[in-house]
Design a binder for this molecule. Structure first.
Ligand SMILES: C[C@H](Nc1nc(-c2c[nH]c3ncc(Cl)cc23)ncc1F)C(=O)NCC(F)(F)F
Length: 295
């Protein structure tokens, strides 16, 4: 019933735990059924619980909830509401449950089922979601196939807004003070060296997501493994991130995935322009992907 859809406060007593979905940046997500009638007819939901400790996380969690609540886009996972559990003085974020899971798991399971056209459809949907995010002045900062959810065989959505920041009105980028454990193999060079994040650094990460898509998320050619193979060869005690920036400065880039159409690989390498202004916009990328789908 529609009233359940725009529910915003979920009562803990009607929440039925079903199974764990996974661990996020600082919270875990569980599959639950919200069953006020108690007859198992309630809707399945994804409930993100904050780890009880670390006060700072509570502020970040509040920001994540405010972020996802403000997003209304077909290509972004939907906010459903919050659930207060007074007992533990904590709150949980309730989101729609996407039954096909994360893109990585989906591609590993359905490898032979999905072809380049389907990958291009997914890429165009992610691109549209990112265009929408940019229109709201958000930078995602954690774009990776592991943070893309599959709603159906023909629909994917961007999720996990734990690291998302709003770009201040008077600047083109957001500077992070506490990098934390960063997914550096999806980071643009300026994000690694200066902790600078912008729409253009999201474009770089989108290029890495394209690489994961057209590699079908094969774990033996995931970005981290490919970079470490290259870095490993000239390890001189420098930190991994400095080595990474060095090979990027030397213009080494992730190799084209096997059977990847040349036009798609050139899109990836355009996203990996060393300086941010060289990189295309999401609308340019979206047009190029649409053109490729027509062919
Ligand atoms: C920590 C949680 N991890 C996982 N979640 C799910 C999942 C299936 N279906 C889902 N429906 C709604 C949500 Cl929010 C998650 C799932 N599957 C495997 C996971 F490892 C998560 O949020 N990951 C980020 C992203 F959502 F982008 F995948």
């Amino acid at each position: 019933p529609s009233h359940q859809q725009d529910q915003s406060v979920y009562e803990e007593r009607h929440l039925r735990y079903i199974s764990p979905l996974g661990k996020g940046n600082f919270g875990s997500v569980e599959l639950c059924r919200y069953d006020p009638l108690g007859d198992n007819t309630g809707e399945l939901i994804a409930v993100k619980k904050l780890q009880p400790n670390k006060q700072s996380n509570l502020e970040d969690f509040q920001k994540e909830i405010n972020t996802i609540r403000s997003l209304h886009c077909d290509y972004i996972v939907k906010y459903r509401g919050v659930c207060y559990s007074m007992g533990r003085l904590s709150m949980s974020l309730v989101m729609e449950y996407l039954p096909y899971g994360s893109l990585i798991g989906y591609l590993e399971k359905n490898r032979q089922l999905v072809n380049n056209r389907r990958m291009l459809l997914f890429a165009s949907q992610i691109c549209k979601g990112l265009e929408y995010l940019q229109s709201m002045r958000y930078v995602h900062r954690d774009l990776a196939a592991r943070n893309i959810l599959v709603a159906s065989d023909t629909l994917v959505k961007i999720a996990d807004f734990g690291l998302t920041k709003i770009i201040p009105f008077d600047k083109e980028y957001y500077r992070v003070t506490h990098p934390g454990e960063s997914p550096i193999f999806w980071y643009a060079p300026e994000s690694i060296t200066e902790s600078k994040f912008s729409h253009k650094s999201d474009v770089w990460s989108f290029g890495v997501v394209l690489h994961e898509l057209f590699s079908y998320c094969e774990h033996n050619c995931n970005p981290k493994r490919l970079y470490m193979q290259e870095i490993g060869n000239d390890m001189q005690g420098l930190s991994i991130s400095m080595h990474l920036v060095d090979i990027l400065k030397d213009n080494w880039r992730l190799p084209a995935p096997p059977l990847c159409p040349p036009r798609i690989y050139s899109m990836m390498t355009a996203c990996w322009g060393y300086s941010a202004e060289e990189r295309p916009t999401f609308s340019t990328l979206g047009d190029q992907i649409e053109t490729s789908i027509q062919d």
